[in-house]
Design a protein around this ligand. Structure first.
Ligand code: EPZ
Length: 439
């Protein structure tokens, strides 16, 4: 079982380049199901979740290849014949649920295993299913699977066959009001609506930059999506989407992770391929705390320098974009637990995202959980210890804690981290960290 071994205390310095966004690349790969011909994706991160999505797509019959050294994916879905996504793959990665919308739109039916909950919460999909119903499908849950099907063509009696026999186009556009701006539901409904007949409006839609990236990809394939980046997305159904070449956006959560690394123990870190505006209020919040951050927009660069002043405790409340990103909540906690005074984190998006707290407390932090609040009393220093990564972002937080802790930290269950960070240890070593991956 692989682990990271970190000797704390090194000052970080130098340049790091941000990889492509996991939470965009996965959805764009799934969206290629909607297109005829070949799709070529660039800047796709070489992470385990991408490998799993390659498995999902090849399992349903896509002709797909991933070159991890050039970060390029080539996909052709012309010959996919099945609309079933098996349990083994969906349980491996929840984001597999994002093939449901494209398959339903293409075949008029889809059978997919219900993705269970994960360490950070129950992870419902009721809003996805409600959206499919509004577009004319009927959902049935049986034996751990969802079976969603358009019984009679919502648009016309015989169904609107188009381009080729396995594009059934049975869905019909509708106005959908989401109870919560769920990213997954917005993405699945937006993809399903692309080949539906008529107009779909998604109100209270999620606005994360990754949603915009997916919408821009779909428009490049010939979709008609407007209202991108707003909470009301409009999709005019079209006859056909054609594969295209597309470059995935940079990963804003990886960007935030390196910004915090710089705030914790950096002299000067230049973060390249980083987009300030994609970070929502995150950067402003760090500046309020006193972190020395410089936005070099024109060069897609963010610079973090050692702060000249004492950092201030803070109140953090996670919210959908442009609010404070829940994926950076465990990571900013590491910074707050070293700042003298009382800080409070309120987690509003997931019901169980404090799994890392016990591990940080084992390293000498002083954090108390009270419902969905974490009350942090700053300590002078952390000490290295053997700890466990419970999920992707909790794991990244423990790596950062290890960088500033006295002595050695060993992090177990790093498979969680490898799911979402490309060459994490190597990038940190290039900045001067003493971190090794031990198999
Ligand atoms: C995406 O998950 C991201 N994952 C998550 O990142 C991220 O934490 C999350 O959005 C919030 O920003 C991917 O993009 C692959 P949601 P998703 O639908 O789409 C509830 C990481 O670390 N909900 O916006 O599943 C749900 O239970 C991962 O990279 C319903 O109740 O998030 C949750 O509490 C972790 N019913 C909240 O909404 C639904 O039908 C947010 O879910 C859908 C969601």
């Amino acid at each position: 079982m692989a682990k990271f071994v970190i000797k704390g205390g090194n000052q970080l310095n130098g340049k790091v380049k941000i990889s492509g966004a996991k939470n965009s690349a996965l959805k764009i790969m799934a969206a290629s199901i909607l297109a005829t011909g070949t799709t070529i994706l660039k800047n796709v991160p070489a992470i385990d979740d991408v490998i799993t999505m390659v498995e999902v797509l090849s399992t349903i019959g896509a002709d797909i290849s991933f070159n991890s050294s050039t970060n390029e994916v080539k996909i052709n879905c012309d010959n996919i014949k099945t609309f079933e996504a098996p349990y083994e793959l969906v349980r491996k990665m929840r984001a597999s649920i994002l093939v449901a919308g494209p398959l339903l739109s293409r075949f008029g039916e889809v059978k997919i295993a219900i993705p269970g909950g994960c360490n950070i919460g129950s992870r419902q999909i009721d809003l996805h299913l409600k959206g499919f119903e509004m577009l004319g499908a009927q959902n049935k849950l049986e034996h751990g699977y969802i079976y969603s099907k358009v019984l009679s063509s919502a648009s016309s009696s015989s169904g609107h066959t188009s381009i080729s026999k396995n594009f059934k186009r049975k869905l019909k556009g509708a106005e959908i009001n989401l109870e919560f701006p769920s990213r997954g539901a917005t993405e699945n409904i937006m993809m399903a609506a692309c080949l539906a007949t008529g107009k779909t409006i998604i109100n209270n839609a999620a606005k994360e930059p990754e949603i915009n990236d997916l919408a821009n990809f779909l428009n490049k394939c010939g979709a008609k999506i407007t209202g991108i980046g707003t909470d009301s997305i409009v999709i005019e159904g079209v006859e056909e989407l054609k594969g295209c070449e597309y470059t995935v956006m940079p990963d804003s959560i990886e960007t935030g992770t390196f910004i915090i690394a710089g705030a914790l123990c950096g002299k000067k870190i230049e973060i390249n391929n980083a987009i300030w505006d994609n970070m929502g209020i995150f950067c402003q919040k760090l500046k309020d705390i006193g972190v020395n951050l410089i936005n070099k927009d024109a060069d897609k660069t963010i610079i973090v320098k050692k702060s000249k002043t004492l950092l201030k405790p803070a109140y953090i409340s996670t919210l959908p974009f442009p609010g404070f990103p829940t994926d950076l909540q465990p990571i900013i906690a590491v910074l707050l637990c070293t700042i003298p005074g009382i800080s409070v984190i309120t987690e509003n998006v997931f019901e169980n995202r404090f799994m890392y707290v016990d591990e940080l407390n084992r390293m000498g932090a002083n954090i108390r959980i009270d419902g969905h609040h974490a009350v942090i009393t700053g300590v002078n220093k952390l000490s290295g210890a053997p700890v466990n990564a419970s999920d992707l972002r909790a794991g990244a937080a423990l790596v950062l804690a290890g960088l500033i802790a006295d002595g050695t930290t060993e992090i177990y269950d790093i498979h969680h981290i490898l799911r979402g960070y490309e060459n994490f240890d190597k990038k940190l070593r290039n900045l001067g960290a003493d971190i090794v991956k031990v198999n």
